[in-house]
Design a protein around this ligand. Structure first.
Ligand SMILES: [Zn+2]
Length: 74
């Protein structure tokens, strides 16, 4: 039989890019793992100072968007 399963991946709240675009693994079986992976790729929660650990509840920005956000002083 076939059944659908749910996987998780971090998506940038600003540009919509996935934390693992082009990588071998694009999704995780657990939201925490997806966050850990994104964190390892320098993803951040915008507005947190100092940058704290990512949380499932927060927004997530890829390194590129995090950099432009800093420049904009938001
Ligand atoms: Zn982005």
């Amino acid at each position: 039989m076939i059944r659908p399963v749910t996987y998780y991946e971090a998506i940038c709240d600003k540009c919509g890019v996935s934390a693992h675009e082009g990588g071998d693994i694009s999704a995780w079986g657990d939201a925490e793992l997806a966050l850990e992976d994104a964190e390892g790729c320098d993803w951040v929660t915008p507005g947190s100072a100092p940058p704290g650990p990512l949380t499932t509840a927060g927004r997530h920005y890829c390194p590129e968007c995090a950099a432009t956000e800093e420049e904009a002083g938001v």
